[in-house]
Design a protein around this ligand. Structure first.
Ligand SMILES: [Zn+2]
Length: 225
């Protein structure tokens, strides 16, 4: 999607945004579009973890030790990492947080260190999430790594063969319907209180994420004005 340069604007401190929505809602794509349109950094917890691990910071070493022992990174550590990231210079005019907060404790922490202006909830029915995610197929050739989707795009030319290297495609266990449903349950359990929390603050924006990327982003841009 092309965004004309005149669409860039400085909204002062009025652009601290968090993005809610399940995996498969297109939230990551929307975060990138919002980041471009309003010229604010797109911050995901995954990226913060990777950066700190790569630069071998003290917090990064802590993250590594949790990940290596197969444990979840605890809220306290994630909170510290997010706090230090949003205090960086490029966040002066705002930011868009993707994947944080994930639960009410994290939301309360965030509230104690900054004021969020908008909580955008990209909603999509569970059946649609399952449909979108269960169509995923990965190329079995590790050196290729191509990813397809039989239900959305990009569709491979032949159902079980990689367009690029002709290797077989396979479905990851994570993308099987039972695993997707399990993740959705956890998502709803943790997110419903978050939605109430931001609704009570009067900054919740609910967006119908079941439409095309362009339609969804147009709605978000209108709501953020
Ligand atoms: Zn391939």
């Amino acid at each position: 999607m092309q965004i004309p340069p005149e669409a860039f604007k400085d909204n002062g401190d009025k652009m601290k945004i968090i993005l809610l929505g399940p995996q498969g809602s297109g939230k990551g794509t929307q975060a990138k579009l919002i980041s471009k349109k309003f010229n604010i950094p797109h911050i995901s917890t995954g990226d913060i973890f990777r950066k700190n691990i790569k630069e071998e910071t003290e917090l990064g070493k802590e993250v590594t030790s949790y990940l290596n022992s197969g444990k979840l990174v605890p809220d306290e550590l994630t909170n510290k990492l997010v706090e230090s990231r949003i205090k960086e210079d490029d966040c002066k005019n705002g930011f868009i947080l993707d994947g944080f907060p994930r639960n009410i404790k994290q939301a309360e922490f965030l509230n104690s260190v900054t004021d969020i202006d908008y909580a955008v909830d990209v909603e999509i029915p569970d059946e649609e999430v399952v449909f979108r995610l269960e169509g995923r197929r990965n190329c079995s050739n590790k050196g290729c790594g191509a990813i397809y989707n039989l239900n959305t795009s990009p569709k491979p030319k032949e159902n079980n063969t990689c367009d690029k290297c002709s290797s077989d495609l396979f479905q990851r266990d994570d993308d099987k319907p039972e695993a997707i449903k399990k993740r959705l349950e956890i998502y709803h359990e943790q997110t419903s209180p978050l939605i109430d929390y931001y609704d009570k603050k009067g900054i919740l924006i609910i967006i119908d994420g079941s439409r095309s990327i362009e339609e969804v982003s147009q709605d978000i841009f209108l709501a953020l004005k």
